[in-house]
Design a protein around this ligand. Structure first.
Ligand SMILES: [Cu+2]
Length: 141
């Protein structure tokens, strides 16, 4: 009987702990991220200059996981990533792990859906809540 109670208590503690780690204090990440540049629907000739903004959350270089902080990523034609998913590094998943807030993207002419995705120090996505998506057109010179 006693053993069962102990096991139950342990399970309850573990579930609570996992809940706190995964969700933060109120269960959701706070703040927002946005593109200052370019504007949604913009038509651009040449390299695409991107300016990435945050509000209510802090930018911190990758490496260490600190609550309420993270760094920007731009996902090209992918959309946001589910919370906790590790963002891969390739041509369509760009990391700004030094804490950059500006970037230049060399994109061939075409239509693009750019998603700004905030993620923690280990590149784990904060999900849709801390993402922003715009559509742009890169025109031929
Ligand atoms: Cu990253």
């Amino acid at each position: 009987m006693r053993v069962f109670r102990r096991v139950n208590l342990l399970v309850v503690c573990m579930v609570t702990l996992v809940g706190i780690v995964a969700c933060g204090k109120d269960g959701k990440p706070t703040g927002r991220v946005f593109f200052s540049e370019p504007k949604d629907g913009a038509k651009i000739t040449g390299p695409v200059k991107v300016v990435m903004g945050v509000e209510g959350i802090e930018i911190k270089p990758a490496g260490e996981v600190v609550e309420g902080t993270g760094h920007h990523h731009i996902l090209i034609n992918i959309g946001f990533m589910a919370p906790g998913q590790v963002i891969p590094t390739d041509n369509t998943h760009r990391h700004f792990g030094k804490g950059q807030t500006e970037a230049t993207l060399n994109l061939p002419p075409g239509d693009y859906r750019l998603t700004l995705q905030f993620a923690d120090g280990l590149h784990r996505s904060y999900g849709e809540k801390l993402s922003a998506t715009i559509n742009i057109k890169v025109a031929a010179r």
